[in-house]
Ligand binder design. Structure first.
Ligand code: HEM
Length: 387
């Protein structure tokens, strides 16, 4: 396998990783990324295949489980019940219980609420240039997922803070300070959720947490720890990626011209500049893909954003084409871990962009947006605009 070096924190790469993806995709289906010391799948076909291959998965093989340093234990205790880090049978059980509560009717029913929230936020836009991320892209998904779960909205700032600190653990440059902040945030988040769940056990309402408490699949319920992790996962996953898709997408539209906001143009926004570029899989048994053989214990990184720009799947892939049809993009992953929140994210993006450009037809960039130096999230530091 061809070995390639590319620092994920190199400023040019951070601002625009797509030329690198084009270069490595031209080599073949896989390359070895020296900086991560890992095989990476880059073509659309291969990423699609790896995500769906049941001989691979997210859960670390038992014999390779790393020793967790005691000071990081609280974070990994939460991770231990996360469906995103588990394989069947536990994954199937946890996901089924969440899907019981997260029905398409529940999601579709949120539309009027999302629309009203978007209007309210736009009413408060200042006359001066302002950061659209903090004024709009962040509050929309944070408030909606908080409401959906039934978490009080006045805790939204805490949720954002805890969540940012927790996902920082996945970044390329992890420092002792990041670890310390993550553990403090994890402890605060867990104790908040524990208290909140206790309250909902006593007085259930029609929110998602009450539904999760009551949800039963094959006579099984979520344990207290599973419930806490699931709520934290939904709150974290439920806004971070959407914030950055909304930010990246608005930037793309302001740079390329604003089309009619349709299901197709939203899908193109999600394909063109997604927030999550890399998800890994462990190999469970010897497997050959194309010219490459992998052994149990190997890891493969799927470069989702590289697959989205594969010319075999998308003609003229580096062009933003809001009427594009064709292959399903890989931004929400694939296989058994396909994003549970994809219908909610699509609905939020569509309504938030529709309302934004309806209400602010003269919206324009005020300055050149910069992407943050954190490869786990390809998202903007801020998005200065004038309305
Ligand atoms: C545009 C926004 C979003 C993007 C790009 C995104 C992306 C992803 C991706 C790539 C995965 C799969 C990871 C893998 O295959 O290893 C995933 C899984 C997941 N996402 Fe999302 N997501 C978004 C929004 C949301 C929302 C709004 C929620 C919840 C309300 C959510 C909840 C989850 C959960 C719970 C999983 C784990 C599923 C499993 O392991 O079975 N996501 N997401």
């Amino acid at each position: 396998m061809k070995r390639i070096s590319q620092s994920p924190t190199d400023p040019d790469f951070v601002q625009n990783p797509y030329p690198f993806y084009d270069r490595v995709r031209a080599i073949g289906d896989f390359f070895w990324w020296n900086d991560y010391n890992m095989a990476c799948a880059v073509s659309h076909q291969t990423v699609h295949a790896v995500l769906r291959d049941r001989r691979m998965g997210r859960e670390c093989p038992a014999e390779l489980a790393p020793d967790i340093p005691p000071h990081l234990q609280p974070f990994y205790d939460v991770e231990a019940h996360s469906m995103l880090e588990l394989e069947p049978p536990r994954h199937k059980r946890l996901r089924a219980l969440v899907l019981r509560a997260f029905t398409s009717r529940t999601i579709a029913g949120l539309a009027p609420d999302i629309r009203a929230l978007c209007h309210k936020l736009i009413d408060e836009f200042p006359d001066q240039p302002f950061d659209l991320l903090t004024a709009y892209a962040q509050p929309v998904p944070v408030v909606i997922i908080s409401r959906l779960l039934g978490v009080p909205e006045d805790r939204a700032d805490d949720l954002v803070r805890w969540s940012n600190a927790m996902v920082a653990m996945y970044q390329a440059r992890r420092t002792p300070q990041i670890e310390e902040d993550t553990i403090a945030a994890t402890n605060d988040f867990v104790s908040f959720m524990r208290g909140y769940i206790a309250k909902r056990r006593k007085t259930p309402t029609d929110d998602l947490i009450s539904t999760l408490i009551a949800a039963e699949a094959d006579g099984e319920r979520l344990s207290e720890d599973e419930l806490i992790t699931t709520c934290i996962l939904l709150l974290n996953a439920g806004h971070e990626a959407t914030v950055h898709t909304l930010g990246n997408g608005t930037k793309t539209l302001l740079e390329h011209g604003v089309p009619e906001i349709t299901d197709a143009s939203v899908e193109e926004i999600i394909r063109y500049d997604p927030p999550l570029h890399m998800f890994t899989r462990w190999v469970y048994e010897d497997v050959t893909i194309g010219d490459h053989t992998f052994k149990r214990g190997d890891q493969i990184a799927c470069l989702l954003a590289a697959a989205n720009r594969d010319p075999v799947a998308y003609p003229d892939p580096n062009r933003f084409d809001p009427s594009r049809k064709g292959a399903q993009n890989t931004s929400f992953g694939g296989g058994i871990h396909f994003c549970v929140g994809a219908p909610l994210a699509r609905l939020e993006l569509k309504i938030a962009l529709e309302v934004l450009f309806e209400r602010c037809p003269n919206l324009a960039l005020a300055g050149t947006p910069q992407y943050g130096d954190v490869y786990h999230f390809h998202g903007l530091e801020q998005l200065m605009v004038r309305a």
